[in-house]
Unconditional design. Structure first.
Length: 713
């Protein structure tokens, strides 16, 4: 099996990320760390029911704190929330709802489900932040109530000693949780609201909530009239996130068949998912009772099969709408939309979001667009053309050219700041004037027009590519690429830098020297400082790197003896500095030191020596390996190869255990028990520390000793 080996090739965030819903399957009875946990039986029952999982074959980690992502995933799974009845016109992304949630993380789908199902979660939440007892309890209770699985009750107020420490917005939910028996006070009469909730306690809360639901599930009253708020929620599910519904409605108002049907049809048409149709009107006996403004929407709904007339031919517009009827209308609308996808109308005016996407196509990946724009704003011919030209010029793909201004009859209607861009676009043939000589700057731009403008721009750029100028100052992104060429694949650069920043001689030189030294390719040398006339202008933290670069011949002073640290560095200068550095490193290769940190490729070679098997590991060969990742990979490879059995261990006390990925803790404990690795004098494992060649060799040697002992038993 290759599964364990795949884990090390993931990004650090992906490897560390955990959730109850995404961890390894294991028999709860095999968990070795819950024997003395008071909630042991509940954990076993919840695992057997598929609600929670372990963090390894033998670990549950009951006292590990729960993150926001783990909490949401657990609640969504336990309540069976899903998107089965929701229609989207495009694939939803977690960032549509939460700005800090990655679209590629293991938990992204859980956040989408939570948002669409109406869970009250902060839009700026941090998924890896640990949850407090009060926050998790609030989210659980609110999720149960919003999902319609728990009847609302007026709780009996329970007084507890640390009530004043509860966040005001959570207080009511915690009172209900106490009434439901979902949570309990401790022996001292405290709730401990600010304490981080553990995996064991979260599991108990979920178990208690499910038990209460089983005994007190609110009956679904399909014949109950829906309110305005419920109507809006149903319509949002039909229309999907594409439509930005701005509906002012009394959330408790009783909705009629007429108002609901009209609102649904208008929302679909406004969002562009349903065209306005020419219909043969149905004969509605009580048509005079329908508001004339709504008659078209009602006729549309009848023609498309969303609604029906009764046997007498009446629509009954003023009748209250039951939940069952509203759900049926919504389902019919969803079925129609799935079968009749709305065509993209090229004559429809585009929004700001669509404009940005089109301009990105023209500019390509070279330009890092940072455009703050209302994604739903209607874009005009002026704003689109100006944005396109300015973006192309900013990215360096289009020079600022002198043009003979064209005579534009409505030039006074163009913002003076945009006139240059419009003239450029006219001269280069991106846009044209109409027959009357007008540009029509305030006219909305259709999808067809915008696409044509972009196509003209792309054609021009292909025919007139911008030359790469050696005398052009380089950006941060280009600097990093040049330094990577100098350092080679041996160094794993983790540089946070504005990719478009102008790089100075000082910052580039310092970054180059420090990177070479950090990667072990350039020793830290004692130098006789050169006399630099403008040394006071160099950051004191960078002076050592600049002196090193001067001594080794990477850079030179000018004729006046100045380094010119704040001057922008041109592509030619940066390339020359890198070439000098490469030449020096080739002539003075750094010896392979035993104390040098190994790369992932070297780690694999060491593990092959230990295991003696043909490993099939997809791994970044240049990644830096930590004590945790190397030990984990070593132990799991031994176990999967059958050379090392799964052992029952008494866990060692590791002071920095919380810093170890819970998925790796079992392997670390095994390595400690077999004395393949040791803790330091303070009792720490130091999981994030790099592994030296000497350390790796020592681990391999100890593995051989261990395997020899097992083979002799």
């Amino acid at each position: 099996m290759n599964k364990p080996f795949k884990m090390i090739m993931l990004s650090t965030a992906a490897v560390i990320a955990l959730s109850f819903a995404g961890q390894e399957m294991a028999s709860a009875a095999s968990f070795k760390d819950i024997a003395n946990v008071p909630s042991k039986d509940i954990i076993i029952a919840m695992q057997n029911g598929g609600m929670v999982k372990g963090v390894g074959a033998q670990q549950f980690a009951p006292y590990k704190s729960v993150s926001q992502a783990e909490g949401v995933a657990l609640i969504v799974k336990a309540l069976g929330l899903n998107l089965d009845l929701v229609r989207f016109d495009h694939k939803p992304k977690a960032t549509d709802y939460f700005k800090n949630v990655s679209n590629n993380a293991w938990y992204s789908n859980a956040f989408i489900i939570a948002a669409v199902n109406g869970l009250d979660l902060p839009k700026d939440l941090m998924p890896n932040k640990k949850l407090s007892r009060e926050a998790f309890t609030y989210q659980l209770i609110q999720a149960i109530e919003v999902s319609g699985k728990l009847p609302m009750v007026k709780p009996v107020v329970v007084k507890f000693k640390d009530q004043d420490r509860v966040t005001k917005g959570y207080s009511a939910a915690i009172q209900r949780a106490l009434n439901y028996g979902v949570v309990h006070l401790d022996a001292h009469g405290k709730f401990n609201p600010k304490k981080e909730i553990s995996r064991a306690d979260a599991t108990v809360e979920i178990s208690n909530a499910l038990a209460y639901l089983k005994a007190h599930t609110a009956p679904v009253v399909d014949n109950k009239m829906i309110t305005g708020q419920e109507a809006v929620q149903l319509i949002k599910k039909v229309v999907g996130p594409r439509a930005n519904l701005q509906i002012k409605i009394d959330p408790n108002a009783i909705v009629t068949r007429e108002s609901f049907t009209s609102l649904l049809v208008n929302a679909l048409q406004t969002s562009g998912q349903l065209p306005r149709l020419n219909l043969i009107p149905a004969d509605i006996k009580d048509n005079n009772s329908i508001n004339v403004l709504n008659q078209g929407a009602i006729q549309t709904a009848l023609a498309l099969g969303f609604v029906k007339l009764d046997q007498a031919g009446n629509f009954n517009p003023t009748a209250g709408l039951t939940r069952a009827d509203a759900t049926e209308i919504a389902n019919q609308a969803i079925a129609y939309l799935k079968a009749h996808h709305a065509p993209v109308d090229d004559n429809e005016t585009i929004t700001g979001e669509e404009a940005v996407q089109l301009i990105k196509q023209a500019v390509g990946p070279r330009a890092n667009l940072q455009i703050k724009i209302d994604p739903n704003a209607i874009v005009t011919r002026e704003s689109f053309t100006s944005l396109l030209i300015n973006t192309l010029q900013t990215s360096g793909q289009l020079p600022r050219v002198k043009v003979n201004p064209a005579a534009i009859n409505d030039n006074d209607s163009i913002n003076v700041l945009n006139q240059g861009a419009i003239q450029t676009a006219l001269v280069l043939g991106f846009v044209k004037l109409d027959q009357a000589g007008n540009f029509n700057p305030t006219a909305g731009i259709t999808r067809a027009d915008a696409t044509e403008i972009v196509n003209q721009a792309v054609a021009y750029l292909k025919a007139h590519p911008a030359p790469v100028g050696d005398n052009e100052t380089i950006t941060g992104e280009e600097a990093v690429q040049l330094i990577k060429q100098a350092v080679g694949p041996r160094a794993n650069l983790q540089i946070k830098i504005d990719p478009n920043a102008i790089v100075t001689r000082e910052s580039f030189t310092s970054l180059l020297v420090n990177t070479l030294q950090t990667s072990g390719q350039l020793p830290r040398v004692k130098v006789n400082p050169a006399a630099i006339n403008d040394n006071d202008s160099i950051n004191v933290l960078n002076q050592g790197a600049i002196q090193t670069a001067l001594v080794l011949g990477f850079v030179k002073l000018d004729q006046a003896g100045n380094f010119n640290p704040t001057a922008g560095i041109t592509r030619a200068d940066a390339t020359e500095i890198v070439n000098q550095a490469v030449a020096y490193v080739k002539a003075h290769p750094a010896p392979a030191g035993e104390n040098e940190m190994i790369t992932a490729e070297q780690a694999v070679q060491f593990i092959k020596q230990a295991v003696g098997s043909n490993l099939q590991i997809k791994i970044d060969p240049n990644a830096s390996v930590t004590r945790e990742s190397f030990t984990y990979l070593l132990i799991h490879t031994l176990q999967k190869s059958g050379k090392l059995p799964m052992l029952n261990l008494i866990p060692a006390e590791i002071k920095d255990n919380d810093a170890i990925n819970v998925l790796h803790q079992g392997a670390i404990q095994t390595a400690l028990a077999l004395k393949i690795v040791d803790l330091d004098a303070a009792g720490n494992f130091n999981p994030l520390a790099g592994v030296t060649r000497a350390d790796a060799a020592a681990m391999v040697s100890r593995v051989h000793d261990v395997l020899n002992k097992f083979s002799n038993q």
